[in-house]
Design a protein around this ligand. Sequence first.
Ligand SMILES: [Zn+2]
Length: 190
Amino acid sequence: MNKENIVTLPEPNLRKRSQKIGVITDEIKKLIADMTDATIDWEASRDHEAAVGLAAIQVNKLYRVFIIRNDFENTENKKFTVFINPEIVKKVGPLEEDYEGCLSVPDIYGKVPRYQSVKVKALNEHGQTFRVTAHGYLARILQHEVDHTHGIVFIDHIKNKKDAFYRLMPEGGLEPLDYEKDVKQNSILW
Ligand SMILES: [Zn+2]
């Protein structure tokens, strides 16, 4: 797969729940490799963004699996951790708002409230259970990716839509969007 396989809103499948994986078949292993390829290819096409994670639903495969980059700081490191049948087993507040983007919502960023810490339980690609306790940015990414497996996109969490959306500028940096003029008329968001 490559970046062309990544679906974007208003693709209706992005709002569907993914199915649990029973056996980690060769098809699932191939899917994980394809998702990694698509993520790296997408990143290579973007000047100002790093790809930190991708869920299977974003390549239109409705399985509960996502990948998260091992090193957010160093884009030379192309290694990802696989989460199969992920579940958030603990959430610790308070909610914190910060900027979030998504490969399936191109060029649009928003301020999304997320729990400060979460504990996630999942299977790795060998079918072994593991748990991750995460804080801050990693906790945010995990909540974003688990949401994808439930058919939730980050913009669905933004209740007060005024002053909440931003556009990535060609030279980098985020520009606030005018809710009435830019956001309401932008039908990809609703
Ligand atoms: Zn996303």
